[in-house]
Design a protein around this ligand. Sequence first.
Ligand SMILES: Cc1cc2nc3c(=O)[nH]c(=O)nc-3n(C[C@H](O)[C@H](O)[C@H](O)COP(=O)(O)OP(=O)(O)OC[C@H]3O[C@@H](n4cnc5c(N)ncnc54)[C@H](O)[C@@H]3O)c2cc1C
Length: 310
Amino acid sequence: MFLMSSIEEVIIIGSGPAGYTAGLYTGRAMLKPKLFAGFASGGQLMLTSDIENFPGYPEGIGGPEMMMELRAQAARFGCDIIDKNVDSIDTSSHPFKVNVGKDQFLTKSIIITTGAEAIWLDAGNEEKHKGQGISTCATCDGAFFRDKEVIVVGGGDSAMEEATFLTRFCSKVTIVNRREELRASQIMADRARGNDKIGWKLNRVVKEWVGEQGNFEGVVLVDTISGKEELFKCDGAFIAIGHKPMTNFLGDQIELDGHGYIVPKENTMTNVSGVFAAGDVVDTRYRQAITAAGMGCMAAIDAEKWLEEN
Ligand SMILES: Cc1cc2nc3c(=O)[nH]c(=O)nc-3n(C[C@H](O)[C@H](O)[C@H](O)COP(=O)(O)OP(=O)(O)OC[C@H]3O[C@@H](n4cnc5c(N)ncnc54)[C@H](O)[C@@H]3O)c2cc1C
């Protein structure tokens, strides 16, 4: 391991809206932040073509384009952005250690903004329809399916919530679930069952998606009891089978909930004093670019005040 001799004020891990906003704020506070952007820099929005709900872009903006602007804005104020993954951190002594390949960085504070990944199905032809027919975020993409027929895959609370929300735009929403029983709470399931725009395909799994790239046409479903296949035509699909927060690299040093999300203790501070977290890696509810950016700002201000006091 090659140890860096200087001690950083703050190291930010992750390069979505939360990370870049933390970089912007700590940069303007003259803390000379170092930001490890990861190999897939820019975060989840690099996968989406149209963002219509981030304030300041009345005509909407492409995801990659917006992330390049956030990155440039953080860099302008002295945020040192490095496109590498953090392999692990060591918070057992102060200054903390951040391990990146063969290099070890020392830092007084850390802001974790490593986000979460929506879990995809990995059904046939999925790659070519991601973001072009298949989405994992109804709040983000529902409005693109006005008066269209869509399916929602999943049987938990988020699938019920997404399906109910989508009925505001869509002419018909069909819930596809691998079992007869739903994992969703009674109240959420009842709400979906009582909605006459929602149809059901229970005991069905998705085998493959149908259509050419940019021209989504539907899905091949398999009946889990009879094994029979059917072609179900629709205009779009929403996968709502959960999210996976990117927290494996933290080991057991930072307190996580049962699903791997970081548990904030005081404002944005984690159970380790001097380690902060923001964005989808702590957020099981809102999961939006604007909320992630807002939390990135909060973590930066919390880190700045903590450094001043300690
Ligand atoms: C298809 C899609 C469309 C969406 N559309 C919208 C929309 O229209 N409007 C909206 O508001 N929201 C939208 N969202 C949600 C939005 O993308 C997220 O809420 C937001 O990106 C969360 O930001 P974040 O900074 O917390 O994390 P992320 O964007 O997830 O970024 C985290 C970053 O950290 C990096 N990272 C992870 N581990 C490490 C590590 N060990 N070391 C270094 N880096 C690491 C990752 O590679 C990633 O670049 C969409 C999401 C998806 C998937």
